[in-house]
Design a protein. Structure first.
Length: 225
């Protein structure tokens, strides 16, 4: 999947210039539906204990993943330029993240704006494309190429965009924040990485995945607006 970036070099001293991407299932096509007038995404894979409930714009998850196990769940909105607010708790151990997540077509892009994590992203390398600020916080922008991997259009080759909040400002425990998606989309475009036509919805998701001996566990309760 899965399924992240900052301006001041000092603020990003703990974020390397090349990171690694999530394991294959992060890019798998995920089930979508609408509950209580809020788009909802819930997807699990492999072994482990996963549980999520949604009530409109609020959702709660718990997870204890085993080898090969993963979870993606979250509430969302119609995709595009939007100021997103979130608050709640995100208590995670192991690989995964709290992020805004979505897709575009023509070109096929999977994008993340990562707000919180414990272990960020074991897997394939990411390439740093630039640093910037949004809503007073620092982000670094990375891209990765996925070759013949699952996507919303089936098995395809596509690009992933990751904007990652700086290590010093990442969200764990009691969390709250504001994401101005236009800031992120515009910065990506300024670096030559434009989005295509938005898939219908984007989501504020909890994502967790096993990678090798690194196993995910935790709980989250997130309300979005």
């Amino acid at each position: 999947m899965v399924s992240f970036t900052a301006i001041l070099a000092a603020a990003l001293a703990l974020v390397p210039s090349a990171l690694t991407a999530p394991s294959d299932y992060d890019s798998a096509h995920k089930s979508l539906d609408t509950r209580q007038n809020a788009p909802w995404q819930y997807w699990t894979e492999g072994s482990g204990q996963f549980s999520c409930q949604q009530q409109g714009a609020k959702y709660s998850c718990s997870w204890n993943g085993k080898a090969g196990g993963g979870l993606v769940a979250g509430s969302g909105w119609r995709a595009g330029a939007k100021t997103v607010k979130y608050q709640g708790t995100y208590d995670a151990k192991g690989p995964g993240y709290l992020s805004l997540y979505g897709w575009t077509r023509n070109p096929l892009i999977e994008y993340y704006i990562i707000e919180g994590w414990d272990v960020l992203a074991p897997g394939e390398p990411w390439t740093l494309r630039g640093n910037y600020t949004s809503e007073g916080s620092s982000y670094a922008f990375y891209t990765a190429q996925r070759v013949n991997k699952p996507s919303i259009e089936g098995t395809r080759t596509f690009t992933q965009y990751f904007s990652v909040r700086s290590e010093a400002e990442k969200k764990l425990g009691a969390v709250s924040g504001t994401i101005n998606t236009a800031d992120h989309f515009n910065f990506w475009s300024s670096k030559g990485y434009r989005l295509g036509n938005f898939e219908q919805n984007m989501f504020m998701v909890t994502e967790a995945f096993a990678n090798g001996t690194k196993l995910p566990s935790g709980t989250s309760t997130i309300t979005v607006s």
